[in-house]
Design a protein around this ligand. Structure first.
Ligand code: ADP
Ligand code: MG
Length: 261
């Protein structure tokens, strides 16, 4: 994030984009089927600590399933997932989930709770912070996404872009080591997309480890350290954005790019 954030007087107890410790993420040979439908067929993806990988690919190629397997919302049938070198498939899913932040297309905020309560709830339930500690951490994080003044609003009274920034703040307040984004801007009106992408770009340059499933090719090109193209349950091709977008090797990626660029 920016130098400006560090000098803001009301940032609270040192909670914020500055204070995370990013971990590496290595996905190797992940397979996952829904009944007879083999959705992931040996996915490999390695994201060094502090780097951002964008995952692109056609609808139905398995991108969301991959993120959900990383977060252990789904159990893979084969393969391994390591964070900071340590296998996560054997650890307690709840313990793992507190180390990974996930942001969805449809925000998944609690509509009847205030913005502040949406953020403090997991801090209290999962991190066992006191009410006061959780409120301090939540307000500090809201400050960083420039929504402190909305702390007592309900999500429904915020724009989609603001709601998504709250969802990102909620994930970041948990101080995750890895952040997963599943089409975080796909449900937003066009004029609201930019603000959310800017926040994600800030987070990437602050050194978060991120896996970003996106249709925003401009974002992938500018922000990603690595772009992975998925099709039919495998990473068909991956590499630095320049290479992937200007010198794609696989015909399937060439065809995909010709449709989306
Ligand atoms: P993408 O995010 O790339 O669009 P998904 O990972 O959502 O793709 O879906 C990949 C495939 O897995 C699709 O064929 C989809 O129908 C199937 N699928 C996804 N989730 C489930 C589920 N919970 N139960 C059964 N099939 C699913
Ligand atoms: Mg999806």
């Amino acid at each position: 994030t920016t130098a400006e954030d560090q000098t803001r007087p009301d940032r609270g107890g040192g909670v914020g984009v500055q204070s995370f410790e990013a971990a590496s993420l290595e996905v190797s040979g992940i397979e996952l089927a829904f009944g007879k439908n083999k959705v992931l067929r040996g996915v490999d993806l390695a994201v060094p600590a502090g780097q951002t990988a964008c995952v692109i690919g056609p609808s139905g190629s398995g991108k969301s399933t991959l993120l959900r397997a990383v977060n252990r919302l789904l159990e893979p049938d084969a393969g391994d997932i390591r964070m900071g070198g340590e296998s996560v498939l054997t650890s307690n899913p709840d313990q793992l989930r507190r180390r990974i932040g996930m942001v969805f297309q449809h925000f998944n905020l609690f509509p009847h709770k205030t913005v502040l309560d949406n953020i403090t709830l997991p801090l209290r339930k999962i991190k066992k912070l006191t009410k006061e500690e959780a409120a301090d951490a939540a307000l500090a994080q809201l400050d960083l996404v420039e929504l402190r003044e909305k702390a007592s609003a309900r999500p429904g009274n915020l724009s989609g872009g603001q709601q998504q920034r709250v969802a990102i703040a909620r994930a970041l307040a948990m101080r995750p080591e890895v952040m997963l984004f599943d089409e975080a801007t796909s449900a937003l009106d066009p004029e609201l997309v930019k603000g959310v992408l800017a926040l994600m770009a800030d987070l990437a340059s602050a050194g978060m480890t991120m896996v970003v499933v996106t249709h925003e090719m401009g974002f992938a090109r500018q922000v990603a350290d690595q772009v992975a193209f998925m099709d039919h349950g495998v990473v068909v091709e991956s590499g630095v954005p320049e290479k992937l977008f200007t010198a794609a090797e696989s015909p399937r990626l060439q065809q995909f790019l010709s449709q989306v660029l």
